[in-house]
Design a protein around this ligand. Structure first.
Ligand SMILES: C[S@@+](CC[C@H](N)C(=O)[O-])C[C@H]1O[C@@H](n2cnc3c(N)ncnc32)[C@H](O)[C@@H]1O
Length: 279
């Protein structure tokens, strides 16, 4: 585990101990439940869940728990690849006492191994890690390749729902939606104002308090495209505004892209000065 993660941990946090303590809400073999989650996870004697949703990259689980509390007939699978997030999410689920949330410690790269065709009604991508650099673009959950995976496990009327503070990631995702043959059902650059009652994740609360607007979209798979080909610019820096005035007017730099915004501002300022001196 990277050392930086230990720095954020509270005193006396022993990961293995936590994972064991909250093990009853953690599913370590999700592949074994493929195609039968709704029955297998239903409380003893209860009817199978009516639908199942995936909170992919669930972080500490606030969104999944709140959504599950509001919709008791729906099974929520909260998945994260980071063990510390899994431990926190499992604690939250365990303490909530809700029977309709399961925590899965794994990567979203493997969704097709864990869910059968049509098994999921919604895949939530709440503040997915943006991985702004081109060389890391393959790790993004909000991209054409993952959308192609998701269409394999979504129900015919299933949806992918993205929420993010990152305008560059959002604009990148808007290029990916048609490339993967999805239809855009809803798009908002201020989702909190438009739909104030939607449950908020930890990141949404934290970044919202820092002035972030929530950008959100809902898309559903349409016909499979004849050619699936990545034609979009992969570096998220390409989706930032490049003129100095707009860059200086940006009240909020997307989380994780503060340095890129600063570099672009400096570059635009330098170029502005150079142009002025050559006139
Ligand atoms: C910025 S956090 C957002 C957490 C939460 N959804 C929220 O909104 O508060 C992104 C999360 O995605 C997780 N993540 C990144 N890549 C992942 C992957 N390939 N599979 C599953 N989770 C991933 C990270 O560990 C992290 O917890």
């Amino acid at each position: 585990m990277p050392h930086a993660l230990h720095a954020r941990l509270p005193k006396n946090f022993v990961l293995e101990e936590r994972l064991e303590r909250y093990g009853s809400v953690i599913e370590l073999k999700p592949e074994n439940l493929r195609g039968r989650w709704a029955e297998s996870c239903a409380p003893l004697g209860a009817a199978p869940f009516s639908e199942m949703r995936l909170d992919l990259g669930c972080g500490k689980g606030a969104f999944a728990v709140e959504a599950a509390r509001r919709e008791p007939d729906v099974l929520f699978v909260a998945m994260d690849s980071e063990p510390i997030c899994v431990a926190y999410a499992a604690q939250r689920v365990f303490e909530s006492g809700l029977p309709n949330v399961v925590v899965v410690p794994s990567t979203g790269m493997r969704v097709r191994e864990f869910f059968s065709p049509g098994e999921l009604s919604v895949i939530h991508l709440n503040f997915p890690t943006p991985f702004p650099r081109k060389r890391d673009a393959g790790k993004r959950m909000a991209c054409m390749e993952r959308l192609m995976d998701f269409r394999e496990v979504l129900a015919p009327s299933g949806e992918v729902r993205l929420r993010t503070d990152s305008q560059p990631l959002f604009d990148f995702m808007l290029t990916q939606v048609p490339l993967a043959g999805y239809e855009l059902l809803w798009e908002s650059r201020d989702a909190r104002s438009e739909r104030p009652n939607d449950p908020a994740s930890e990141y949404e609360r934290r970044l919202g308090a820092q002035g972030a607007r929530v950008l959100a979209l809902t898309a559903k798979p349409g016909p499979v495209p004849e050619r699936v080909e990545q034609t979009a610019e992969l570096s998220l820096a390409a989706y930032l505004p490049h003129d100095l005035e707009t860059l200086q007017g940006l009240a909020y730099a997307p989380h994780g892209m503060e340095a890129t915004v600063e570099n672009l501002r400096n570059r635009a300022a330098r170029e502005g000065r150079q142009n002025a001196s050559t006139i």
